[in-house]
Design a protein around this ligand. Structure first.
Ligand SMILES: C[S@@+](CC[C@H](N)C(=O)[O-])C[C@H]1O[C@@H](n2cnc3c(N)ncnc32)[C@H](O)[C@@H]1O
Length: 260
């Protein structure tokens, strides 16, 4: 049976600003340093190799983050960002509006600019991404049309970074969500998934936030059962001796799949 995280329950536990403060200062020595370096390198590669380009990209479960769109904004004309809870949306809006209180993404943006050989162009990069985000829509992956009531033309690419593990309470729900996402995607459209392997939780302040523990095999099974072809699946194992105790993760994955 499919079961999904309810927005009300999620919002009670998940402090969006604390999440950003904890995991998105690259170089701070948290487990997210490995995560960010691994995922940003793969995102850079996939969006600059020329293989994954197009007009429209929909990012599933964007808020409150932007790190995973920094490379994508070089390859797509328009990005649709999405939100599931109001507090996460507020964080994105503050960044979009350049509010004084917005989260400071500079350590992450600097790293992506260095990957792109454009050191010193950080402000331009953030502004470019802001300009590419044309809409910010509500999204619920449990719905047949996750953007309901909005109906958009089908997209060239979807990203879901650390989203389905938050939304889906079991493997069946994960498969249902992937099938629902497929309804937003053109034939031969690209699906990019990124997240943690083996994590049952990660901490945000005093709270242990639920994560569906996925493995390479469970991801392969879910993608094949929901009708996608895997083009690339790469993973990063937690280094021996890493003793981060704010998650029981075993590593990270990055997947490029395609709708037939
Ligand atoms: C850990 S956050 C990740 C946010 C961002 N993508 C990142 O990588 O930092 C999990 C995301 O999944 C979203 N989410 C949880 N349940 C969802 C659902 N049923 N439908 C869509 N998104 C959902 C949350 O609102 C949040 O945006």
């Amino acid at each position: 049976m499919s079961e999904f995280t309810k927005a009300f329950d999620y919002e009670k536990e998940f402090n969006a600003r604390l999440y950003l403060d904890t995991y998105f200062h690259l170089g701070s020595g948290s487990l997210a340093d490995d995560f960010l370096r691994f995922e940003l390198a793969n995102l850079h590669k996939i969006f600059t190799s020329g293989g994954v380009t197009g007009k429209t990209l929909i990012d599933i479960g964007t808020c409150p983050s932007i790190y995973h769109l920094l490379s994508a904004c070089e390859s797509f004309n328009e990005i649709i960002a999405t939100w599931y809870t109001q507090t996460e949306l507020h964080e994105l809006q503050m960044w979009m509006n350049k509010d004084q209180g917005a989260f400071d993404w500079s350590s992450v943006v600097k790293h992506v600019c260095e990957l792109e050989g454009k050191s010193g162009k950080c402000q331009e990069k953030e502004d470019k991404l802001r300009g590419k985000i044309k809409q910010v829509l509500h999204c619920d992956v449990s719905k047949n049309n996750p953007l309901e009531p909005v109906v958009l033309p089908k997209a060239d690419c979807l990203i879901a970074a650390v989203c389905l593990e938050a939304a889906c309470r079991n493997q069946n729900s994960y498969i249902t969500a992937l099938k629902n996402l497929s309804n937003l995607l053109k034939p031969e459209g690209h699906l990019i998934l990124a997240g943690d392997l083996g994590a049952n939780y990660y901490e945000v302040g005093p709270n242990k936030i639920f994560s569906l523990a996925v493995s390479e095999q469970s991801l392969r099974n879910a993608l094949s059962e929901s009708g996608y072809a895997i083009r690339e699946l790469v993973s990063f194992g937690k280094p021996e001796g890493a003793d981060f105790d704010n998650s029981d993760y075993e590593g990270f994955y990055f997947i490029h799949a395609q709708k037939p």
